[in-house]
Write a protein of this length. Structure first.
Lengths: 268, 247, 576
């Protein structure tokens, strides 16, 4: 029985670790400035936790086999514990856990404490059951007023977020259902939600943030590769949660300008 | 090797609170059918008080929850959808202060009468063994009906709180008018429910007196209800102050 | 009216007083246990339906028909709620705690038997109210067991959010009240009813776990109750505690200014301690069993006690780690993260001490021990994904993905269930006077161990590959397509593992009738429940009160006549 346990526990440990290490299913390739830091932190955490995992499960399997009941011949060590050992492993785990935490905190600070840099593209993201809308401020760089009374989701785009077209600042606002961003330029996001909480999740950008009704949350990230990336909703928002998905197209600055100008033209 | 666990033989062990082992196996049943035995009545009283302290902790946690909700709700602004600016929507509630002061006074007086009732029944319980000796008279055992007075005052407080609600509604503050008024109704209402629970316990204790239950059982009921009542009075003062400062 | 002494001397006669409205903590414990047993099979069936819907969305099932996406979310909500409240909180604490806490500390009953009975029947009502949500118009709510506002506060936000959601929150409020009554009883009993010689530091670790769990419940459920009341008011009286101005389906709701984050703070202030409410009793049981079956004292008894206390205390300071992506201040995220990492330290101490207990023991492999070993393995696996999620930086890719689902299922779901299984196999002889079948037990153990690992380990990979949780289909988002085979694998294993649980069910009921007769102390264990008759008499110790002379885990004491010294054994010269 001890041997069976040893084999099962060790096999489980091996296969679990193998698929992590082999990256058969792994973080999607990151295409943003934050990727390096986050992935590095992940790798370090994975390495440390992996070592502890293998050691702990390995010892568990080994001990149950090695110290199985073999009749009267087995001598049992009568011990109530060992203070020195307790202190040692308490200190070691404390150092490892707190150390990991401190290591990760500068990345967190860069992502969340500092506002977007000057020159970032302002984009307002609005989540509603069950779509994402993206608003660009236009040439004046200012978002116009919105009004819940004017909201009409069935009409889409401008009407979906209730843009008040009588506001001069709203005249050049562009609202789309697809997100376009210039590459290598920071985006200054404002996240809002109309009805319930949604979560703006772009795995390839290593970006996630809840969009909460009653809050306008400012965030930023920088795409570093052109391409098409999927946006998912990561917070349960109702019936259509699983299909509340959007597309992010990261393009060159020229293409972005062209695209925006075309949208402006469409509006007139 | 240093050890972290107790060694096997502990010569002079301090028993658990009350060294429960010396009691006959009538230990459980703090709230069970009343035991008549005098021997474990002290233990039962202590157990009931301990239970009360623990129970009150949970009641207080409910109010801790409400208080933190109030502070959070008042302190954190929300987005105005039209302007994109953060605003506060905390309307000042026009509390019926004189009425609430009268209610407070009634409750405090009831707390005093409750204490008198509690001491009265304690005395009765202490004298009960003496009284059972044939030929010994310890004077009038009835005394002033403080318990009933407390029940009446408690009912008076609840009626007063109801009037305060009516007054608030007349002044245009319903439950949903503003978060401030929501909290007024919520806190006063929850407090009233807890006080009503205390009233039920008081009425039970009074009935116990009429039903000639053993005086020890009545004493435990009155004692525990008494402490509960005092805490409810203090809780009301706290809530009143909270509502006043955050209105 | 019977006196207390008489009540305990003479067990109540008549079916109703004896089995339905019983005041006996042992009967109440069994009532809790069987309620949890019903609940766990309901909850498991719901999860199986979810897994089936994920990979065969159009399958028409017998009796149920086709599962629709909204039904999927109802299943998810009810699965979580049933499992967390009516299984993981009910079985280890209400069930085994009720049955064995008084016996293990040498008390004839709980401190307040009537309250104890009320607590169970209140829980029962809560369960009935919850199940009723399936049968009202609109069905069960779809907002998940966490019930995030405004989704849970707006009747028009989705199907099931009308009466179903009201029943859901009412059920939780009822459960809170029941748990508060239970916690009151546990704490008073532990403090006041210990037998002579049973000092706090001689209590079995199970008692410590139940005691600290009760304190956590006492402090946490009050806050959840207040949060629930606010939610009911928002839903039914038009207040705006949680709901700001929102537009649902083109309709402007009457609320304004409320804060969705307020619900999250209140909910998780309860919710995180709840995790420990679910797992601490399992830790206690694992410690008890590992020591008994290794024939060795528990390694570092005091360290174990302090670790339980530390976990309990820190458990109240970490709720914000559920909210790193919620829009809460990023600065407070930093503080919550440090506290969360700190809570890993006492958890690690416990793991080391379990390994230390096994080290140089003489291990017997009866089924309770297998499940206790499985508990340690699950606790390690589930625990080590914690430091990933505790870092706000890594929450960016991992929050609300299948990685989180894997993490909490391993640590508070499967590990706690392993604790319940271990406890069932361990105490079954005491409760029913018969042994459970060992062969069936071992088959059940290996099927469950391998099965649960095959279900939940791959979920980590899905989470890494950014599969969001609570998705009923993986067809709408393109990058999820390649994850479908792995999801299929999980579903297949889930079907097998669920099937294996019927081995347990059969073993349980078969052994009650046909199992081998159990002696008073079949495991040669030391704690007080093994020093009384099997099953224990109405007043637990048959008219006398035990006197405790020894610590709880005295195995293989040098010089002792046999390899264990029971807590009630007289003090002898050799034992010193």
């Amino acid at each position: 029985m001890g041997l069976a346990l040893l084999v099962v526990i060790w096999l489980i440990t091996f296969f679990s670790t193998y698929f992590f290490a082999a990256k058969t299913w792994y973080l999607p390739t990151g295409m943003s400035a934050a990727t390096a830091g986050i992935d590095h932190q992940f790798a370090v955490t994975f390495l440390l936790m992996g070592i502890v995992f293998v050691l702990a499960q390995g010892a568990l399997g080994l001990f149950v086999w090695r110290y199985r009941d073999q009749g009267a011949a087995t001598r049992v060590q009568y011990s109530h514990g060992n203070t020195k050992l307790e202190v040692l492993w308490t200190t070691l785990t404390a150092i490892m856990f707190i150390g990991l935490n401190l290591m990760g905190s500068p990345i967190w600070a860069a992502e969340r404490f500092a506002p977007a840099q000057a020159g970032a593209v302002p984009v307002e993201v609005t989540g509603m059951q069950f779509a994402w809308y993206f608003r660009y401020a236009g040439v004046d760089g200012k978002f116009g007023r919105t009004d819940p009374k004017l909201q009409d989701a069935s009409a889409g785009n401008e009407s979906a977020i209730g843009l008040d077209t009588t506001d001069p600042a709203a005249k050049d606002d562009v609202v789309t259902g697809t997100m376009y961003l210039p590459v290598n330029r920071e985006v200054d996001l404002t996240l809002r939600a109309e009805d319930v909480i949604h979560s703006f999740f772009v795995p390839s950008m290593r970006f996630k943030q809840d969009a909460v009704p009653g809050l306008a949350i400012h965030m930023h990230f920088t795409p570093t590769q052109t391409g098409d990336y999927e946006i998912a909703c990561a917070e349960l928002c109702g019936l259509g949660h699983y299909k509340m998905h959007g597309m992010l197209h990261v393009v060159s600055q020229e293409d972005f300008d062209k695209w925006l100008a075309a949208r402006e033209a469409e509006k007139q | 090797m240093a050890t972290l666990s107790p060694t096997i033989a502990i010569k002079d062990v301090r028993p658990g609170r009350g060294g429960a082992g010396v009691r006959p196996p009538a230990g459980g049943g703090g709230d069970g059918p009343e035991g008549g035995g005098f021997s474990d009545y002290g233990a039962r009283l202590r157990r009931a008080r301990l239970g009360l302290i623990v129970g009150l902790t949970s009641v207080l946690m409910i109010f801790v929850g409400f208080t933190s909700a109030l502070i959070f709700r008042q302190g954190v602004p929300t987005l105005d959808e039209r302007t994109g600016q953060y605003i506060h929507d905390w309307l000042q509630v026009n509390l019926p202060i004189p009425l609430l002061l009268v209610n407070t006074f009634i409750l405090l007086v009831s707390s005093v009468t409750m204490e008198l009732a509690r001491r009265q029944v304690t005395r009765q319980a202490a004298l009960a063994p003496v009284r059972s000796i044939p030929g010994v008279s310890v004077g009038d055992e009835r005394g002033f009906p403080w318990l009933y007075v407390t029940v009446v005052l408690g009912l008076g407080f609840l009626a007063g709180q109801w009037m305060a609600w009516r007054e608030l509604a007349d002044r245009g503050f319903s439950v949903a008018t503003s978060p401030s008024s929501s909290f007024v109704y919520l806190l006063t209402g929850t407090h009233a429910v807890h006080l009503a629970g205390g009233l039920v316990a008081l009425i039970y204790s009074s009935a116990a007196a009429l039903l000639h239950k053993p005086v020890e059982a009545r004493r435990i009921a009155v004692d525990v209800t008494g402490w509960y009542w005092h805490v409810m009075a203090f809780l009301w003062i706290y809530l009143f102050a909270l509502l006043w400062f955050t209105r | 009216m019977a006196t207390t002494a008489a009540l305990h001397a003479h067990a109540p006669q008549g079916f109703i007083r004896k089995y339905i409205f019983s005041l006996d903590h042992k009967v109440i414990g069994l009532q809790y246990y069987f309620l949890a047993l019903v609940a766990v099979f309901v909850g498991m069936a719901l999860s199986l339906l979810m897994r089936i819907h994920m990979i065969w969305p159009t399958a028409v099932l017998p009796l149920i028909g086709e599962i629709k996406p909204e039904t999927y979310l109802s299943l998810l909500t009810m699965h979580g709620t049933i499992m967390v409240f009516f299984v993981l909180t009910t079985a280890p604490q209400g069930g085994f705690g009720n049955y064995f806490l008084p016996i293990q500390i040498g008390a004839p009953d709980m401190a307040f038997p009537v309250l104890n009975m009320l607590s169970f029947w209140t829980t029962f009502v809560g369960f009935v109210v919850l199940i009723a949500a399936f049968f009202v118009s609109g069905g069960a709510p779809l907002h998940g067991w966490t019930g995030y506002t405004p989704l849970s506060a707006l009747p028009s936000a989705g199907p099931g959010e009308q009466l179903g959601a009201d029943l859901w929150i009412t059920s939780i409020a009822i459960f809170c009240i029941a748990s508060l009554m239970g916690a009151l009883n546990f704490i008073t009993t532990t403090l006041d009813l210990r037998a002579k010689g049973m000092s706090m530091m001689r209590m079995p670790l199970t008692c410590w776990a139940w005691f600290i769990t009760a304190i956590l419940g006492l402090l946490a459920f009050g806050v959840l109750l207040s949060a629930g009341i606010l939610l009911l008011l928002d839903r039914n009286l038009g207040t705006s505690f949680y709901v700001p101005l929102v537009v649902v389906n083109g309709q402007i709701m009457a609320h304004k200014g409320g804060s969705p984050l307020l619900w999250q703070h209140l909910f998780w202030f309860f919710g995180h301690p709840e995790v420990y409410i679910a797992i601490l009793p399992g830790m206690g049981v694992a410690s008890q069993i590992l020591s008994t079956f290794s024939r060795k004292p528990i390694f570092g008894y005091k360290a174990m006690v302090y670790a339980i206390m530390a976990i309990g205390l820190l458990g109240f300071m970490v709720w914000g780690h559920h909210m790193f992506m919620s829009g809460m201040s990023p600065y407070s995220a930093f503080a919550f993260s440090v506290m969360t990492m700190a809570i890993g330290v006492p958890s690690a101490i416990k793991t080391f001490n379990w390994l230390g207990t096994l080290y140089k023991g003489r291990i017997r492999f009866q089924t309770p021990m297998l499940f206790a070993i499985g508990f340690v393995s699950m606790f390690v696996s589930g625990g080590l994904s914690g430091p990933f999620l505790a870092q706000p930086v890594l929450d960016i890719p991992l929050h609300d993905t299948a990685f989180v689902v894997a993490h909490f299922h391993l640590i508070m779901g499967v590990a706690a269930i392993f604790g319940i299984f271990a406890a069932t196999y361990y105490w079954f002889p005491k409760m029913f006077g018969r042994m459970m079948n060992e062969t069936l037990g071992k088959v059940h153990f290996f099927a469950t161990l391998i099965g649960t690992y095959c279900i939940f380990m791959p979920m980590h990979y899905l989470g890494l590959a950014a599969q969001p949780r609570r998705y009923s289909q993986f067809t709408e988002v393109a990058y999820l397509h390649r994850l479908i085979p792995l999801n299929e694998f999980i579903t297949y294993v889930a079907i097998i593992t669920v099937a294996a649980q019927f081995i347990f069910l059969f073993n349980l009921f078969w052994s009650m009738k046909k199992g081998a007769k159990a002696s008073d102390n079949p495991w040669e264990a030391t704690t007080l429940e093994w020093s009384t008759a099997t099953p224990p008499p109405h007043d637990n110790f048959g008219g006398h009160t035990p006197v405790v002379n020894h610590g709880p885990y005295e195995y293989n004491v040098p010089g002792a006549p046999r390899d264990y010294i029971m807590q009630t054994d007289p003090v002898t010269a050799e034992a010193h």
